[in-house]
Structures are given as C-alpha cells and as structure tokens.
Design a protein. Structure first.
Lengths: 413, 261
C-alpha cells in the first residue's frame, strides 16, 4: 500500500465574500486576487511541506497541473517537481500530471518528464490527464469535441518517443514532426509508471484497464461518492480478463489527523470549509462544454453535473456532513486508520493520494496532521494487500546509484 | 415540409427538409439545428423551392466525426448541393449556417445565385466579443438568443421538461452532439479567417440582423458590410439572434424581396 502526500497549492487568501462577489474560482478569477510577494512565501511553504513529507517517509509526493485557478497554483507542475527532485532523494515524485493535449508539440512532455526522471534518479510517476474542461477548453482553447482525439495522439507520440531508440517521423493529425528524437531518455525503462487521472468517463476506464495504466480517480467528493467510479473501472478490468491487482487504481482523499476526533474538528474544520465553500466555487458553464464528454458518458449518467442544484451541494456543508459523507477523513489516528482502511478496501486501491494541506490551512497544522499520519496511521496501513506486496508494476524503479544532492549549508537531512 | 435522406459523394447521409417550387434555395441552419416547426422556411417555400439540410451532428444519422475543420465543413456543404443536383441555388444561412454559407460562396464563387446571411458568425472584433455559447448553461440560452426570452424559451424547449431525468439526458446528448459539432468551427472563438477569403465573393449579398441581437451584436453587421462592398443590410425589429424564430414573416419578406429582385 502506497501513500503519496499531495498538495494542490491553493491560494489561501480568497476573501470571505468570494462566492458572492466572483462567479468562478477558475478560468476568469481576477488575477488581482493573487499577491505575488505573498506568493513567494506561499510557494516556498508548500514546497517545504512536500519535502517534509518525503522526510517523514511518505512513499510519494504529488503535484498536478491547473490553469487560471484559485485553488491550484501550478500551471507548470514540472517546475515544482524539478525543485523537489533536487531537494529530496527517497519519495516518488508523482506529477499527476501534464495535460498532454495542451503541449505543442507534446514531445515537450516527453522531454521534461525524461529530465525529471533522470534528475530524480528514476523516481518519476508520469501522469497524463485528459485535463478538465476548465483547463483544457476554456483556459487553453482546445476544441471540446476534438480534445480526446488529440490527447490520444499526444500519448502515442510521447510513449513512442521514450521507447524508440531511433529518430522517427510522426505524421499525426495534430502534430507533424519530421525528427522525433527524445533527448534525454528516462532512467526507468521502458518508461516511468503511467497514471491516468480520470474524472469518471467510461472510455478512460476501458483504456486504462486495457493499457495497464493506473486509473487515478481524483475528485474531492470523497471515498463514499467515489465508489461508483471505481466500480466502473474494476468492471472494465474484469471484462478484459486482467488480474485485479489493487495497484491498478489510486484514489485522492482529504485526510486530517489530530490527537482526538474533537481536536480534528477544532483544528481543521474551518480550513476544510474554506476549501469546499470557496475553492470549489466553479461557474457551472465552465464544467461541461458540449462535446467534451463523450455521448456514452452522458448516457451513463453517473456524472450529472447538469443541474443548477448540483452547485449548491458544496455550499451548505457542515463539518459533520464533510466527515459523515466521506468528503473528509478526519479524527484521531485510530479513527483515521479505520476509515482509511475502509476506503482502501472498499475502493480496492493500492495507492492513496492524501490531501493533507487543505484550503487555507496554516503550516503548523498541516505538519501536525502530516506527522501524526506518518507516525501513527501509515505504518498500520502499509501492509494492506499482502498478497500483492511484490507487485511493482505500477511503482517507480529508482536507480540505486543515483546522486543524492547535498543541500547547502548542511541543511536537509 | 417533406423530409428525405441524401448521401453525399463522401458517404455522409443526411436529412433534407424540402418544400415549395420555383428557384432553388438552400438554407443552412445555425448551431441550434432545426426546430420541428420552422415558419421562416414555410414562408420562403411560398416563393422558392427550399432545401434545408440537417448538418452532420444535428440529425439522427452519425457522420459528424468525419468533419473536423472549416475545410471539411465547406466541402460538405458543396457535396450536399451536388447531391441535391442543384444548379446555382440561392444560399441562405443563419448564424453558424451563415458562416458556412459565406465559405461556400467564396470557395465556389460561380456556384450560387444570391447570398442571404442572417446574423452570421465568422468574424471577430476584439472590442465587441461575441458571448461564449459554450460556457452558457442551457437554461440561460433563451436570455442570450431571444429579444423576448420567455416566449423564446417556449419555442426552444417545445414542451421539454428539464425536471425529468430521461428527458434531460436526451436533451444533453443531443445538445452535446449539436454544439460539439459546431464547436469544431466556433470554439473557442468563432473565427476561422473567412475574412481573408471574402475577397472572392461574387454573389450579391444581403445581411439580415435582429435589432436586439445579444449574441452577435449588431455592430458585426457593419463589419460584414465593410468586408463585402455593396452588401445590403435589412434590420428586423423586435428580434434577437433567433430572428428566424422570432420574426419569421419579416425575415422572409426581406429575404424574398432581395432574392427575387
């Protein structure tokens, strides 16, 4: 069982009346709300936290890509990952991931991911999201009905670029390149582990299962709501006659640990509510441009985001709702351990992306929760799925002789 | 109107509504498709032989996956005219259909009679951005498309009940096909550089605009006139972007007078 410490990198200073005053946290959020000098401190704090998680023994540290987004300050997660590759030496660096349909040409992703893999000594987990409609269509202007097609082409190009030892010509519909020749090549052969963050489209379940890629369900809906999504994926795995290794799947979950259940509420409730009530305030018109979702997925009807009422789900939540409905796993180490085990076994996942920094949570609380999890929760969960413990197909294969950079002035560990 | 199926040289099947007699007229619909009742077409059919093809993605047959960019769209339009066996038909297009009609008349500039563009998209003015249709939830569309949103909504939904899950899903599937297909030439900005090709236009041109168009503001009419020297302009009062639905009689009158004149 693997745990990755994940930071979305939210802007922690959205005003109290944000929901009233602005129509969306994403796409058209005014950049005047971002203070670059405070941003300097925020980025360093968040990167320090990721390094701290490595020091505490988390299996991975994770970053992702969003654009024009008040709860995700990483338009380029590769920049953050490059910093982490130099400042850590143990944890997997999970970039979940690069929206490959947005890179022109996508060979850029092959190159940057290969650089990260080489610099980190073979610790890269490579994520290839199709990308949300907000990022892909509205911020980056991709045509909704062609996004998926372009994504698959980008995938084919990157995978071949990593593996073909000779330069080749690529005559794609969206990319024409006379000399594809990826320099450098990744350390991990034939390629770093591939994780596909999915939002619940039927095609992605089938494709991940068929390609033997990790299906990573990333939502903020929690493990109870996530059940249907993972079931959909496991159905496809079954249909294709693949083994049911839990390492085929990952799940993102908000986790808050304190000494007691009551302390968890006292410490973390306001920050979780900041996240759900301000950070997830996305204008409904940006969430589903016609053509982005496939007809099959709409007909599947599992993601009914169409109703205006849906937006209100996150508006009136209380701490009790968050915990009971599984949006948040919070409490004492014993409570969190029990609920995590329930999540892991019910979803059948071998990998959890734990969101420990939430919304506007201050550094000391984030570290408190992180440390309690690392010391008093994680050890009891690492041994889950004993029958699959030697299954390394979806995990990094670091280079033993890798450079472990020394930090200046004797800093670091 | 009668409806029949045709197959283009490329192998795309599509439905064509047909009525009337006289000079042939091809009508290209907008990104909303054709409603069950289209009084503008009925009115035009009293003077012309009207052919209104359903664009791929807007009818029951598949085939929209074969059209990916503006050239594909343009060639499909020419293929339809060829499959219908029409010689120099008049061309009338509304909104997205106006953009496509403009392309057809530029690419095949000896192939058409006259050209009537009803609130066409296809041009872009930075100072007057066209509202983002793709970021507009369905229930906000009537406000954008009609001078009288309440009456427009009734026409648009034609009795559809959004509180019924199955009906909503069906609507969303149809809407995803229609606007998904339209997005190939309209997203994120409805400009595929037709302005560069308008120099080729030889057909006499009429622009028809709803005075209260909130989607494509009337200032675009002026821009079209600048780009098509000699183009005439007819304003339709009490009409928004969906002028064929809101003021079919006035629109038919303006178009008919121009085409027959």
């Amino acid at each position: 069982m693997k745990f990755t410490w994940f930071n979305l990198m939210p802007w922690p200073h959205l005003p109290d009346d944000f929901r009233k005053k602005y129509r969306s946290v994403w796409v058209d959020i005014p950049s005047s709300l971002f203070d670059p000098e405070e941003g300097n401190r925020v980025y360093h704090r968040y990167m320090d936290q990721l390094e701290y998680a490595d020091a505490l023994g988390f299996d991975g540290i994770g970053v992702n890509e969003h654009h024009q987004n008040g709860y995700g300050l990483m338009p380029s997660p590769n920049l953050i990952a490059a910093g982490l590759a130099r400042r850590t030496s143990q944890a997997a660096i999970c970039v979940i991931g690069n929206s490959i349909a947005l890179y022109n040409p996508p060979i850029r992703v092959a190159e940057e991911f290969a650089m990260l893999d080489v610099i980190s000594g073979g610790r890269l987990v490579a994520g290839f999201p199709v990308g949300t409609p907000m990022d892909t269509n509205f911020c980056y202007g991709q045509i909704p009905a062609l996004t998926r097609d372009k994504y698959y082409e980008a995938h084919d190009l990157i995978m071949r670029a990593w593996q073909d030892p000779e330069p080749f010509a690529f005559d794609g519909k969206y990319n024409q390149l006379r000399y594809v020749n990826c320099w450098p090549r990744p350390i991990q052969q034939p390629h770093p582990p591939i994780y596909i963050p999915g939002g619940g489209s039927i095609e992605t379940w089938e494709w991940c299962a068929r390609m033997d890629y990790n299906y990573s369900f990333l939502s903020f809906g929690g493990y109870i709501a996530g059940q249907a999504m993972l079931e959909g994926f496991w159905d496809q795995v079954g249909k294709l006659g693949k083994d049911e290794s839990p390492h085929r799947a990952s799940f993102a979950q908000i986790i808050c640990v304190a000494e007691t259940d009551a302390e968890a509420e006292k410490l973390y409730a306001e920050h979780c509510l900041y996240f759900f009530n301000r950070c997830l305030h996305v204008y409904l018109g940006y969430s589903d441009p016609p053509g982005y979702r496939t007809l099959k997925t709409i007909q599947g009807g599992k993601l009914n985001q169409l109703r205006a009422e849906q937006q209100k789900v996150f508006m009136n939540l209380t701490w009790k709702d968050l915990v009971e409905k599984g949006f948040v796993i919070a409490g004492s180490p014993a409570t969190v351990r029990e609920r995590c085990e329930q999540m892991i076994t019910s979803l059948r996942v071998g990998h959890v992306f734990g969101l420990f920094h939430i919304g506007n949570m201050p550094d000391e609380k984030t570290r408190h929760s992180t440390k309690l999890f690392a010391e008093r929760v994680m050890p009891g969960l690492h041994g889950l799925w004993p029958e699959w413990k030697d299954d390394k197909r979806w995990w990094i294969k670091p280079y033993e002789g890798r450079v472990r950079p020394e930090l200046p002035n004797g800093a670091g560990r | 109107m009668n409806e029949r199926s045709i197959e283009t040289r490329r192998g795309i099947k599509c439905r064509v509504r047909e009525a009337g007699a006289g000079a042939p007229l091809v009508f290209l619909h907008g990104a909303g498709g054709l409603l069950p009742e289209e009084p503008l077409l009925d009115a035009l059919a009293r003077r012309f032989h009207v052919f209104a093809p359903l664009w791929p993605g807007f009818g029951p047959e598949p085939g929209e996956e074969l059209l990916e960019d503006m050239l594909d769209f343009t060639l499909h339009g020419l293929d339809v005219v060829e499959a219908l066996g029409l010689a120099r038909p008049h061309l009338v297009g509304h909104s997205m259909g106006g953009m496509i009609a403009g392309e057809l008349a530029c690419v095949n500039n000896a192939g058409f009679g006259k050209l009537a563009l009803l609130a066409p998209v296809g041009l872009w003015l930075d100072a007057h951005p066209i509202a983002d249709l793709f970021a507009t939830p369905p229930w906000e569309l009537p406000g954008l498309l009609f001078a009288d949103p309440a009456a427009g909504q009734k026409r648009l939904l034609a009795g559809l009940d959004f509180s019924n899950d199955a009906a909503l899903t069906r609507f969303m599937v149809d809407n995803a096909r229609r606007l998904g297909s339209a997005g190939k030439i309209l997203f994120p900005i409805p400009n595929r550089r037709l302005s560069k090709r308008l120099y080729r236009l030889r057909a006499e041109t009429l622009l028809v605009w709803g005075r209260e168009d909130k989607l494509v503001p009337p200032v675009y009419a002026t821009r079209w006139q600048e780009l098509i020297p000699g183009a005439r302009l007819a304003w339709i009062e009490h009409a928004g972007h969906m002028l064929p639905v809101e003021q079919p009689a006035a629109a038919a009158e303006a178009i008919g007078k121009f085409l027959a004149g």
